[in-house]
Write a protein that binds this ligand. Structure first.
Ligand SMILES: [Zn+2]
Length: 158
């Protein structure tokens, strides 16, 4: 899901170009897509690199925080993201004169997730040995997300 931006980088500040995204289903590090990514993106030349703006949508396979069952959830995001050849904290990298939209899509889809992921609002959780529902959350996803923000991949992934 790379876009070659050599042409745009050689243009002067203020130049922009629009792209349509369709039928893309990249392998993301920490999210499972159950539908192709559709959307549009405008890439603009700015002083420090590139500004991307647009809209992406897809569908994610998620695990319920409470009962650990798998479910799908549509996602639709509007974004603005800077790319730079020497990226700082707020920027994604331009590598070999191209940008990786999979990185961008993953970041935006993660940000769009609610704090608590439930397969249904009234998910009862997992019954204990006595058959009682505890409504206890596993909490693993938030820990995963915190690690991703710090740049470390979640445990158990390569
Ligand atoms: Zn559930």
């Amino acid at each position: 899901m790379h876009i070659n931006v050599r042409d745009i980088l050689s243009e002067s500040v203020g130049y922009s170009r629009a792209y349509k995204i369709s039928g893309e289903r990249p392998n993301l590090e920490s999210l499972e897509l159950t539908r192709d990514i559709e959307g549009e993106i405008t890439i603009s030349r700015i002083d420090s690199g590139l500004l991307t703006q647009g809209h992406l949508e897809s569908e994610l396979e998620l695990v319920c925080d409470r009962c650990l069952s798998t479910f799908t959830r549509p996602t639709s995001v509007r974004f603005q993201q800077l790319f730079a050849e020497e990226p700082g904290d707020e920027e994604l990298p331009i590598v070999d004169e191209s940008i990786d939209l999979a990185l961008l899509a993953e970041q935006e889809f993660l940000l769009d997730l609610p704090i608590k992921l439930l397969h249904a609002p009234d998910c009862p959780g997992i019954p204990d040995a006595a058959g009682k529902y505890t409504k206890e959350d596993s909490g693993t996803r938030l820990q995963d997300q915190a690690r991703i923000k710090k740049g470390n991949p979640p445990r158990g992934r390569t």
